[in-house]
Design a protein around this ligand. Structure first.
Ligand code: CMP
Length: 137
């Protein structure tokens, strides 16, 4: 079993698609270990995406991520990191395969509906950034 960290981003939550995305997560066989609706502050979004601080889109990205509530998730499944990334599809919805979440719910490379950890080290950091140990049982 493996755990990964996922976000249903403000674009999808505001458009009332969080339930549809959660349903797809459950249908794909992930166990929801922890889940919370949270409107991030700008500083929380900046800390989360610190690895992208030098990118030209950092300011716009952290603006977007603090523009409305997110659904924060800890997901568990065999090979969860890779499987969640496969279910999300490519970062840019225009390049995402049919049947993926970003293809179905994303609007642009920035407003792309979902986030997922890209490696075990990132998953450990991201799960710990938002969830306390007691929530991850
Ligand atoms: P995510 O998987 O959350 O990781 C970083 C985020 O930055 C990404 O999804 C997009 O929302 C955003 N992003 C990545 N590339 C670009 C880009 N070229 N322009 C704007 N936003 C981007």
């Amino acid at each position: 079993m493996e755990r990964t960290f996922a976000i249903i981003k403000p674009d999808a939550v505001t458009a009332a698609r969080a339930g549809a995305i959660l349903s797809r997560i459950e249908q794909a066989g992930f166990r929801v270990v922890a889940m919370r609706l949270q409107h991030l502050t700008r500083a929380q979004a900046e800390g989360f995406y610190a690895v992208h601080a030098a990118r030209p889109f950092f300011s716009s990205l952290t603006d977007f991520m603090s523009s409305g509530p997110c659904v924060l998730l800890a997901l568990e499944a065999p090979d969860a990191i890779k499987r969640w990334r496969a279910l999300m599809g490519a970062t840019d919805p225009a390049k995402a395969d049919a049947g993926t979440l970003r293809k179905d719910f994303g609007q642009s490379i920035e407003f792309n509906a979902t986030h997922g950890s890209d490696a075990p080290e990132t998953a450990a950091f991201e799960l710990g950034y938002f969830f306390r140990g007691l929530e991850l049982r």
